[in-house]
Ligand binder design. Structure first.
Ligand code: SF4
Length: 308
């Protein structure tokens, strides 16, 4: 069975697939950016009932429009859509990838989807689903940009010139429903006979997971300078990891305490040392005022450990 035959039989019947109205398809594509189909469906239905045409949206007031977007999040998407639709009501809808790409908030991915669905342009859409299908069919172990480029070239070669929009939707749908990240349903897959990973029994090896980024260690020796009820802090300089925040001043001397904090992929170790003379660019801060000053978490942790 070809991919398009499979799609004709098994593709989900979604409301935006029943229309060729550029406005309606555009709305669906914008709503689907970063949001699952099941979540989008009721929003899309409500939206199209309230703003059935581009003109009805263009003429509505912004507050009513934003209220209908409420719950989908990423309001920037809504504002861009509105601005774009207003432009189209005045000047007509774009044609082709490059013209769509020039609309507010339309990136390469959305432009390719819209140009293929609405204008019959054979430009492939490559998302994570398509990349996964590609990596498995071709047993390609690459990752990152290399894989994305290879997936695009592969899709460009295969895309149907008669039904490019359906082909794009078919390959994404295949990735979402059959060639799923876990437990792909290979026996029902239209690409089974050409899938190398399946033939070699290595489906679970693809796509190759991203290598874990290395942990970076940041070690810093800091001085604990105390005077009466105050402690010396300095403002981190431009270019410092903590630019603009208040930190313990760098110092040298014998170590007497240390704390380690992990921040994303950084492991920050602060080593408190027995200080000599305090540096000049410091401020003496009262202990009771420390809570109100922007001090990075690792420094707070060290101060807490020292009972300050
Ligand atoms: S045969 Fe299996 S692994 Fe290969 S493309 Fe189809 S679902 Fe994915």
């Amino acid at each position: 069975m070809s991919l398009l035959d499979w799609y004709d039989r098994h593709g989900r019947d979604l409301p935006w697939r029943r229309t060729r109205d550029p406005y309606a398809v555009w709305v669906s594509e914008v709503m689907l950016q970063q949001t699952q189909v099941a979540t989008v469906l009721p929003y899309y239905e409500r939206w199209m009932a309230r703003f059935p045409t581009a003109a009805s949206l263009a003429n509505a007031d912004d507050e009513t429009i934003l209220a209908h977007w409420q719950g989908l999040g990423y309001y920037r998407r809504c504002r861009n859509l509105l601005e774009g639709v207003r432009q189209c009501v005045a000047n007509g809808f774009p044609m082709g990838h490059d013209a769509w790409r020039a609309m507010p908030g339309v990136g390469d991915y959305t432009a390719a989807a819209l140009a293929s669905i609405l204008d019959g342009e054979p430009t492939p859409v490559v998302d994570g689903n398509v990349e996964r299908v590609y990596a498995r069919v071709c047993a390609d172990p690459s990752t990152g940009d290399t894989r994305r480029k290879a997936a695009r070239a592969w899709a460009q070669k295969l895309i149907s010139h008669e039904r490019p929009g359906d082909w794009n939707q078919a390959i994404m749908e295949l990735g979402a429903t059959v060639c799923r990240p876990r437990q792909p349903k290979c026996p029902t897959c239209p690409l089974l006979s050409e899938c190398r990973a399946h033939a070699e029994g290595r489906v679970h090896e693809f796509p190759t997971p991203k290598p874990r980024p290395e942990t970076l260690n940041i070690d810093r020796c800091v001085g604990i300078y105390r005077r009466d009820n105050t402690i010396a802090l300095t403002q981190a300089e431009e270019g410092d990891w903590w630019t603009g925040l208040w930190i313990l001043p760098p110092a040298t001397g014998p170590e007497y305490a240390r704390v380690t904090t992990t921040v994303t992929r950084h492991r920050v170790t602060l080593i408190a040392v027995e200080p000599d003379e305090p540096p000049t660019n410091i401020m003496w801060i009262k202990r009771e005022d420390l809570a109100d000053i922007p001090i990075p978490a690792p420094f707070r942790k060290l101060l807490a450990k020292l009972g300050i």
